[in-house]
Design a protein around this ligand. Sequence first.
Ligand code: FMN
Length: 194
Amino acid sequence: MSHFQPVALEHASRLINHGPTVLVTSRSRDGTRRNIMAAAWSMPVEFTPPRIAIVIDKKTFTRELLKDSGSFGICIPGAALANLTYSVGSSTGFEDDKFARLGIKAVAGPVLGVPLLEAGCSAWLECRWIPEAHTEEAYDTCFGEVVAAAADERIFVRGRWSFRDDNRALQTLHHLGAGNFVCGGEVIHARAPG
Ligand SMILES: Cc1cc2nc3c(=O)[nH]c(=O)nc-3n(C[C@H](O)[C@H](O)[C@H](O)COP(=O)(O)O)c2cc1C
């Protein structure tokens, strides 16, 4: 049973606001090829419509599929997917189908049909790629408009993250380098200003 619930687009930026390592999913326009890679560098850049920036190396297979289909997904892995995250970030879809090799199950995004992970993930964002000719030539940064988002109700509650002892396996991963991640930690509730 899926615990995923839709997230209002005005709250989508909150899903990556704290800098989690994410999984970038993609497929070819004709649906015959699909891929998944890890990305530590992503951030929200606009509220309405919700837009995000993500660094996707020009040399990756992901970049090829993204340009072919005009879409991509951002899935936010929980701590339990640390090995999978490192694995998909250390191999290329030019060589094989990582979904098949690693037994990764995906659901189709509701708007663009992008493959999205739910099992072991806390959230996903389905994105339409925003072509930016100059940026693409000069940089590895890509932009996307979020067209749908959903999150696991056990950790994203009423539009906010809720990190607790009982949901540690779903808490987000933050890459320290070389396959080492830091996860969760003490939540500090700042006093209301004023
Ligand atoms: C934890 C982790 C974070 C990564 N972050 C990024 C990133 O932000 N941007 C990027 O272009 N590559 C990043 N990589 C590397 C890609 O995931 C890697 O090049 C991958 O093999 C590309 O796969 P593909 O060719 O199948 O698209 C990261 C790798 C790991 C393990």
